[in-house]
Design a protein around this ligand. Structure first.
Ligand code: SF4
Ligand code: FES
Length: 371
């Protein structure tokens, strides 16, 4: 399919990054290295317009994300506007900063779903990884409030060397919390996570053991919980179809209103992004240079260009290709057909036991609680 026909596809999802403010300091943070400060965040009225434009463009669901969306005092108003636009609303939260009262208000405003991340299956390790004492407890509280309010709950378990051997215990915890789905999400090494790659990288033996455990758990808990898990990039033979293909399925809006094809797109130099202040979402989706940069297959080089999988994985992740090869149009080097695959294998073998480099806002977050 060429880039022109791809542009006529309708996006299905909108990631609304409401703020970069966050109380946690996760060493694998996926937010960009340069964070948007609070004074440039879009106001609730602008988010309302974005949701209406998204719905008109064909978007079906929005992920209210961050940072920690609970840092927004107007989260209820923003959620109501997404619901009123006809979007399915999913709150992606660290669990810190959303009280029971506020969650009930969000449900009243039309919230449809909650996704909460967990860092490990026991408190000391989970709080250490999050860089926030008490996070483990508050996440569980939020999960329980969600279930009491009959909100469908997904647990997102971020996996790396320190917790991969407890993937089974994390699935059990998700079940105990009442989740209907758990995403076993291996750390993606872009942005901040690259700084901690050698500390976070699991071993091949760990990855293989975890895959066996996940298969056993899928059988044991079939019908009780859906377990989403894919092989971690650096150990997979083929790359993932990142974002379902560049500019094919979703849009990300940053806290300040820049529209990106994926959350890490700003790491690729030379792309021209458009803003919600100057263009509608439809104009951005169809015509912005960044969305068209890697649409379709025209931009591909060998080996992707003639590969039978090119419309299945779309050459993998553009941001990873740039981060590891310096060329955003190269095959994702995790692919075993890439000439750079040996580099990935070598990087996966580099490990050290240094302390985490935690992610912190420049000025420690003044975290807002509304109730
Ligand atoms: Fe995917 Fe390119 Fe590898 Fe083929 S060569 S499997 S299209 S990354
Ligand atoms: Fe940007 Fe994969 S994160 S294309």
């Amino acid at each position: 399919m060429d880039g022109g026909s791809e542009a006529r596809l309708r996006p299905l999802g909108l990631l609304a990054e409401l703020t970069h403010r966050c109380p946690l300091g996760c060493p694998y943070c996926s937010n960009p290295l340069a964070l948007d400060p609070r004074d440039v965040e879009l106001d609730a009225a602008t988010w309302g317009r974005i949701f209406r434009e998204a719905a008109a463009l064909g978007v079906l669901q929005t992920h209210l994300s961050g940072g920690e969306p609970g840092a927004r005092r107007d989260l209820v108003e923003i959620t109501a506007s997404a619901h009123d636009a006809g979007l399915y609303t999913n709150l992606i939260t660290s669990g810190v900063g959303i009280t029971a009262t506020r969650l009930a208000e969000l449900v009243e405003a039309g919230l449809d779903h909650v996704q909460v991340s967990i860092q490990d299956s026991f408190e000391a390790s989970a709080d250490h990884i999050a860089g926030y004492r008490g996070a483990f407890h508050r996440k569980q509280e939020l999960a329980r409030y969600a279930v009491q309010l009959k909100l469908p709950l997904t647990v997102n378990a971020v996996i790396h060397r320190a917790n991969i051997d407890r993937v089974g215990a994390m699935v059990e915890l998700a079940l105990e919390l009442g989740a209907k789905r758990i995403e076993v999400a291996h750390v993606q090494y872009y942005g901040w996570a690259l700084k901690n790659r050698a500390v976070l990288m699991p071993t091949r033996e760990q990855v293989d053991r975890a895959a066996t455990v996940v298969e056993q758990l899928r059988e044991r808990h079939h019908g009780r919980i859906v377990i989403d898990a894919v092989a971690p990039d650096y150990y997979a033979p083929y790359p993932k179809p990142c974002m379902g293909g560049w500019g094919r399925r979703s849009l990300n809006v940053t806290p300040a209103g820049k529209v990106l094809p994926c959350h890490a797109a700003e790491t690729i130099p030379g792309l021209e992004f458009w803003w919600v202040h100057t263009h509608t979402l439809a104009e951005i989706w169809h015509d912005s240079p960044a969305f068209n940069a890697f649409r379709g297959t025209e931009w591909m080089k060998q080996p992707c260009k003639s590969c039978p999988r090119r419309e299945r994985d779309f050459g993998g992740c553009r941001c990873q290709a740039f981060a590891l090869t310096g060329d955003a149009a190269a095959a994702d080097p995790v692919c075993h057909l890439s000439p750079d695959r040996a580099h990935v294998t070598a990087l996966a073998a580099v490990r050290d036991e240094a302390p985490y480099l935690y992610r912190r806002m420049e000025a420690r977050v003044q975290f807002e609680q509304t109730s």
